[in-house]
Design a protein around this ligand. Structure first.
Ligand SMILES: [Zn+2]
Length: 100
């Protein structure tokens, strides 16, 4: 399971291809020691007899985990009282441009 952010609009505006180095997140993803494990539970599924494209039914999952699991970015605030929080870091600051 990959989680895309509200910043996907920024990604679509970039002219270079993007290589996603993140690993999928699932119930087998090991947490950082001392953090809760990943728990993804299906809460509801669209019934097989529900007409395709018709609203009214949903697939719903519940995700429970700590923030330090799988591929993630620790904000400076994690280590420094006055550090930037993750929402203060532009997505572009997390990317590098390379030529192959
Ligand atoms: Zn972390």
């Amino acid at each position: 399971m990959h989680f895309l952010s509200i910043y996907d609009d920024q990604l679509s505006m970039m002219s270079q291809p993007i290589i996603d180095l993140s690993y999928p997140l699932d119930n087998a993803t090991p947490p950082f020691p001392g953090n809760p494990p990943v728990e993804i539970v299906v809460q509801a599924t669209i019934p097989a007899d529900h007409p395709a494209g018709v609203p009214g039914a949903m697939n719903i999952s519940r995700l429970h985990t700590g923030p330090h699991v799988g591929t993630h970015l620790d904000a400076p605030f994690h280590f420094f009282r006055e550090g930037a929080t993750i929402d203060q870091i532009p997505l572009s600051d997390t990317m590098e441009s390379h030529s192959c």
